[in-house]
Design a binder for this molecule. Sequence first.
Ligand SMILES: [Ca+2]
Length: 158
Amino acid sequence: MQTSNASRRLSSLSAPAFGFALAGWLMGSVACTPYEVDADLDSRSGIDKTREGAQEISLNATIVDNVDLRRFDKTDWKYFTVPSAGVIDIVVSFDNPRALGEMVVTDEVGQIVSTFQDEKKRLLDRVSFKAESGLYYLQFWANAEGSDYSVQVNFSAL
Ligand SMILES: [Ca+2]
């Protein structure tokens, strides 16, 4: 977090090209979040490459979508609304294990609620957590190649 804030600040203070080069240079010694250094990989991502452009999904319904670095669509953001206190159970599946797909769940104020990292040996998994009413965000991305993914957010009221 410290690192990403610092490089964001550097980027905003300098010309974009210089900031990008500097971020690349900094990467030699420190870890960066994938989003800033791979900005080009989201150049055709569409509006859902950021949280502000997250697409709404319904509860208890399967959604299929795709992220693909080769098509410059590395990232998708989605959101759903939890109507009341309950348990959320998210079933997620990346079709291509070589994509090393990941998903992060955040709440309305951006706190990470849960994370999911696809492993080569496993094509289907789920994360569960207790949730209060409100908006929750899902960020999906591929770390290599690309993959279709499916996700279903199940809700049970307490
Ligand atoms: Ca996208």
